[in-house]
Design a protein. Structure first.
Length: 119
């Protein structure tokens, strides 16, 4: 079992930056695939980024490539999402997610953190 707690959301002007953090409980954090999704009002939850245990196994949604960076610190059991050059369309609730498998559905979710980008 893994419990996830996000932090770092807030209000920022367009062009600004935020760093989201996701603290995970559980001894097996280092073996889990970690990711971020987001959900804007009235829209479905969408994939943002993911990072597997092994180096190089990082994926991004096209809409955030070059602006967002996902990273993880296994010693701290924390995954981060550095968000730069933020746009109003990045406004959403951001969710941290984890799963022990390398592919397939995500089984563990955090409660979400609100990110609002003003124009």
């Amino acid at each position: 079992q893994v419990q996830l707690v996000e932090s770092g959301g807030g209000l920022v002007q367009a062009g600004g930056s935020l760093r989201l953090s996701c603290a995970a409980s559980g001894r097996t954090f280092s073996t889990y695939r970690m990711g971020w999704f987001r959900q804007a009002p009235g829209q479905e939850r969408e994939f943002v980024a993911s990072k597997a245990l092994s180096a190089g196994s990082t994926n991004y949604a096209d809409s955030v490539k070059g602006r967002f960076t996902i990273s993880r610190d296994n010693a701290k059991r924390t995954v981060y999402l550095q968000m730069n050059s933020l746009k109003p369309e990045d406004t959403a609730v951001y969710y941290c997610t984890a799963d022990p498998s390398s592919t397939g559905p995500w089984n563990y979710w955090g409660q979400g953190t609100q990110v609002t980008v003003s124009s």
